[in-house]
Ligand binder design. Sequence first.
Ligand SMILES: Nc1ncnc2c1ncn2[C@@H]1O[C@H](COP(=O)(O)OP(=O)(O)OP(=O)(O)O)[C@@H](O)[C@H]1O
Length: 306
Amino acid sequence: MIEVRELTKRYGRTVAVDGLTFDVRPGRVTGFLGPNGAGKSTTMRVLLGLDRPTSGAALINGYRYADLRRPLVHVGALLDAGAVDGGRSALNHLRWLARTNGIGARRVASVLEQVGLAGVARSRVRGFSLGMRQRLGVAAALLGDPAVLLFDEPVNGLDPDGVRWIRELMRSLAAEGRTVLLSSHLMSEMALTADHLVIIGRGRLIADTTLHDLAARFQQGVVVRSPRSDELATVLDAGGATVTREADGSLTVTGKDASEIGDLAARNGLPIHEATPRGASLEDAYMELTSTSVDYAAGPGAQGVT
Ligand SMILES: Nc1ncnc2c1ncn2[C@@H]1O[C@H](COP(=O)(O)OP(=O)(O)OP(=O)(O)O)[C@@H](O)[C@H]1O
């Protein structure tokens, strides 16, 4: 469990995090989403004791990081995969981490196996690809078998295999009942991995929601087709939905979702040939929510800006 309470972090005159409050619960992947500069990394750094809050608190299992006696046993993190001393082997790096956290050597072999680096354990990290470094970072995060895991933009720069591996790993860690916080500035990434979203902009909370509720909030009706659309419209209307008849014979229905429409139709013996929720994509929803929080919006001619 992660608790962020009224957290504020200032760097001189820059307010990186501004009165932020949210919880991250176990058993699901929580996406931590926001435009560049929103304050995600700062929040994670405070959670990990790498930065001190100006005010407020960021707690892991009820404790500030600095008060955890063997931190790796409580929380694992992947922040910057490049931060390992390149002259060391993967094995030595993990052994050193284990020793300083009171973790047995057997666990080192087990995490190397888990991340697929057992075969290169004795090679120097200097020669590792970005993907291998990410795997080593994940191994370090998993070393203490912690209940809480933080991943800051873990798929950046990975090839498709690596991306899929990270996604599946995060989902399986959550399925084991762990608390998993994953930061990204890409909604497309979250849509594939997260169950719950904490969205921030300019250091403030914008939304704390399930992916499902966010999609529902931006839904713009259900397109329904039936060979008996007039009767269906009457039934839906009587059931409290708002029905618009379209020129192509379809109905646009708001106020009921696709399954409620299907149930109502079935109860009245009316066939349905199509019921398609029509909504803004999650990406559109995210853009709309954060539109006032983006520091440098891409102009019409800008390309490749994320
Ligand atoms: N050490 C620092 N000194 C000064 N300003 C900082 C420092 N760290 C972060 N900031 C500023 O705080 C704000 C939040 O930055 P942060 O890196 O937390 O955002 P982010 O959401 O992680 O963005 P990104 O996706 O770009 O990493 C930015 O304006 C950034 O320039």
